[in-house]
Design a protein around this ligand. Sequence first.
Ligand code: PLP
Length: 435
Amino acid sequence: MPPAPLSRSGKSRRTADSPISYYVQKALSTPGLISFAAGLVDEGSLPVDEVGAAVAAIVSDPAAGRAALQYGSTQGLPALREQVLNLVCDADGVRPSDVNLTAADVCITTGSQQLLYLLGEVLFDPGDIVITEAPSYFVFHSLLQSHGAKVLTVPMDADGMKADAMEALLERLRRSGELSRVKVIYTVDYFQNPTGLTLANDRRPRLVELARRFSTDHRIIILEDAAYRELRYSGADLPSVKRFDPTNEFVVYTSTFSKPCAPGLKTGYALMPPDLMEPVLHLKGSHDFGSANLAQHVASRLMASGVYARHAEELRTVYRKKRDVMLASLDAEFGDFPAARWTVPTGGFYVWLTLDGIDTGPSGPLVPAALETGVMYVPGEFGHVPDETGRVPNNECRLCFGVATEEQIAEGIRRLRKACAAIGEGKRAKAKVGV
Ligand SMILES: Cc1ncc(COP(=O)(O)O)c(C=O)c1O
């Protein structure tokens, strides 16, 4: 007799596998394929020796070893909380007290992804509204789907999320009586995943002003995902959105050791208002009662010894070169192709390529043609949510330059150009309904 069917929760039924799992899997299982798909980090520059030395130092001292191998606290290692607080405040040119923050406002999480999830658990009931950039980090969209949240989007230009469009949307929601469902404004404001775009300086305080102004019924929280902030290759560092929240009321700032150090540490952190910290910690207590303590001790040592800062600097050199190779290759291969345009990121891992007239979507012709020539990208569709008519733009590609070597990047862009030629690049893309 077949087993009786499972009775899954609504949340589980709303949760699907990430659309890019297929692409990651395909890249791993196809020899010779150049992948611009997965947002993984450069393999060769992972800090193997540095982490090895930090672990050795910890376990060679019995007291330190025992402390690191024991359970930690739900909120995270106090020394590390102090260190990341100073890291963020130094980058913003303020003292923690200027922005009403102490280490009690910092939580260490199992990657920044855990914070995104936990915050959703704390804030969203099905039907609540989250406003994101269009396009946005697609794993965050999947998570919102699990929570049953509704995603509304604001377009971007070269300066990131358009503040005027945000204001117009909030105003529209106020008029339609839906403002009470708006819980969060989500922005990946440094070198965004997936577009590589950065929120301009003048839009940062504006975002806080809008959250404050429209928080009439309840507080609208800005979730600032600064995962790529430390990987900046040109231009000045911009103050965080959090910097413009001097009372620590409106902005949750989250970032991670994954990108500027090592994703295997799976250690992230968040700065947040005290009345959010409490429920987040209650939920985190149920999840794991604290992120891996050894990883936190390692991260703390790397920061204290200066290794972390030096390593992040080395990574900036590695990725700056990769970015430059990708941009130069795009110029060389797509410069004569009027339908192609792309972003010029000043940091992070991603270039966003738009190919007018070519269907880049998962069921369009470019994905198989690219695979045929030996290159893979993430269809831009995955970063969008369908509009009221069910449409999503289907002429964009996310190209990650993090993993491939410089030679592979140049070759991969040549292959992509070949794939465009193979499908007849002038063909009009059919508007696609739904995803
Ligand atoms: C924008 C963004 N936020 C958060 C994360 C999560 O990273 P982690 O959980 O490793 O800190 C990622 C990972 O790719 C990301 O791209």
